[in-house]
Design a protein. Structure first.
Lengths: 381, 102
């Protein structure tokens, strides 16, 4: 018999014995496996979801305006006068300045919030709109249908749906209604010469911060928001160190600490006796450790794999169906988006290190301590 | 008897490892396959001058967190409590907290 097949036989016997030990308390171990897999599932789902949203935000929003310039009045966002365009354009380094018109519309019939926006070149003209998939779903309207919106003066503006934005773009356009400038100003009662905010384009991307500071100096009641700040916002929102992420992750970590503490705090009298008997019948300490290693491995590796695979299916195949009640909140209109499965080795190693290693260590260490004591003393305790 | 149990566990673990590998392969394939979808959205961001992802539509400061103003926590009156569920999911954007430009 070759050395490798002898080694394999030995491992097989160890696994067999491990399974015998596990089967003796199968209810307890099955419950442990399920809870363990559930924690890994939850942890992985959160990590997969947040990482995918962050990554997608960084790719999609890379082309966002370099600087958005808002006007603040009494601490609140206010309309920007058109004269500001000329002022900002005069700053060295500014390539172009365009006024943006956008706002929120609450649909009292369907109780949904929409974002109304005027594109720079709206191809369809007055009386026509382009809507996002979410708007189409919530207001039950399709291409060619009519969309009545209540204007600021109480009159009803009926717009024809000319186009519905593709479902693949729901992550950014689900609640969008694109309208002409004239319709927008009529609906919200915004006079000509006033804009929601300004989009500033800068010639040299390295000068964005300098230009933003110059604008702030020139128009003190304005607030420039740079592209890097836009991108950093999504990094911060889905950062594991803040908000609900920290809450979920700390729940998982605490559950794991309880698991590991329970294991590491010592073996039961029966388990100690078993180890004593094994030692008394000629087992080496290394054999006992190997047996416990397999016990930890069968449970933790199995749970890790099951949890991670289920989390992947949950986030990328069911659009995080279990998270949707939390994410939807009070939203009536909720985007049905599909995330690109961005997963990397770092995430896998992080989940593995947070789950498999502590449990395996917590299984081996107390067994090693017991195996190092005199078998006679162990059996008598 | 041992052999049968060992076989069952080995098959179970191997199946999981195979699914895990399949997951990695699927992720890599999808990233490539879904590139046009991401490019289309990136194109819309440029075309319409969009600034935010449409993740929450219940409150304006969670619909457009990057555009939120300094007053958003006190929507109704100073020291008023946050009442939109999504508000507890979305922390304030870093530029509101740090104010780098100012």
């Amino acid at each position: 018999m070759s050395w490798s097949s002898a080694w394999l036989d030995r491992q097989r016997n160890f696994i067999g014995l491990t399974l015998d030990f596990l089967m003796r308390k199968k209810g307890k171990h099955a419950a442990l496996f399920l809870v363990y897999a559930l924690i890994v599932f939850l942890l992985s789902s959160v990590l997969f979801f947040t990482h995918a949203v962050k990554k997608e935000a960084s790719l999609i929003l890379a082309g966002a305006p370099e600087i958005i310039l808002q006007r603040l009045v009494a601490g609140r966002h206010d309309l920007m006068p058109e004269e500001a365009i000329a002022k900002v354009s005069s700053i060295t380094g500014v390539a172009s300045v365009t006024g943006r018109l956008w706002g929120y519309y609450y649909d009292t019939v369907f109780r949904a919030n929409y974002t109304l926006m005027v594109p720079q070149d709206f191809q369809y003209g007055e009386g026509k709109v382009v809507i996002g998939q979410g708007v189409s779903r919530s207001s039950i309207v399709s291409e060619g249908g009519m969309m009545p919106l209540k204007a600021h003066d109480g009159t009803i503006v009926t717009l024809t749906v000319q186009e519905i934005l593709p479902s693949d773009s729901e992550l950014i356009s689900s609640d969008l209604i694109l309208v002409s400038e004239k319709d927008f100003r009529h609906i919200f009662g915004i006079q000509k010469g006033l804009m929601t905010d300004l989009a500033v384009s800068v010639r040299n991307p390295k000068e964005i911060a300098t230009v933003a500071a110059k604008i702030k100096k020139m128009i003190p009641d304005s607030r420039p928001i740079t592209r890097s700040e836009i991108l950093r916002t999504y990094d911060a929102i889905f950062n594991w160190r803040g908000g609900i992420m920290l809450l979920i992750l700390s729940g998982c970590v605490i559950a794991f600490m309880i698991f590991s503490w329970d294991k590491a705090s010592g073996l039961s009298a029966d388990e100690k006796k078993e180890i004593g008997i094994l030692k008394a019948t000629g087992w080496e300490t290394s054999d006992v450790i190997l047996l416990k290693f397999w016990e930890g491995m069968v449970i933790s590796l199995g749970s890790f794999l099951v949890g991670v695979v289920l989390a992947y299916l949950h986030v990328f195949f069911t659009s995080s169906v279990l998270f949707s009640p939390v994410l939807k909140g009070w939203s009536v209109l909720y985007p049905e988006f599909r995330l690109v499965p961005f997963i990397d080795a770092y995430q896998m190693v992080a989940i593995f290190c947070l789950t498999v290693l502590p449990y395996t260590a917590a299984t081996i260490i107390p067994a090693w301590k017991t195996a190092n004591t005199d078998p006679d003393a162990v059996m008598r305790t | 008897m041992h052999d049968k149990k060992v076989m069952i566990v080995t098959v179970f673990l191997m199946m999981n490892i195979a699914l895990f590998v399949l997951m990695i392969v699927h992720s890599s394939y999808s990233r490539h396959h879904l590139q046009p979808m991401v490019a289309e959205q990136a194109g819309m961001v440029v075309k319409y001058g969009l600034t935010d992802l449409c993740l929450f539509t219940d409150a304006r400061y969670t619909r457009h967190p990057t555009m939120a103003d300094l007053n958003t926590p006190f929507q109704d009156y100073p020291l008023s409590f946050e009442h939109f569920p999504s508000g507890s999911l979305v922390p304030p954007p870093p530029h509101l907290v740090s104010n780098v430009v100012e």
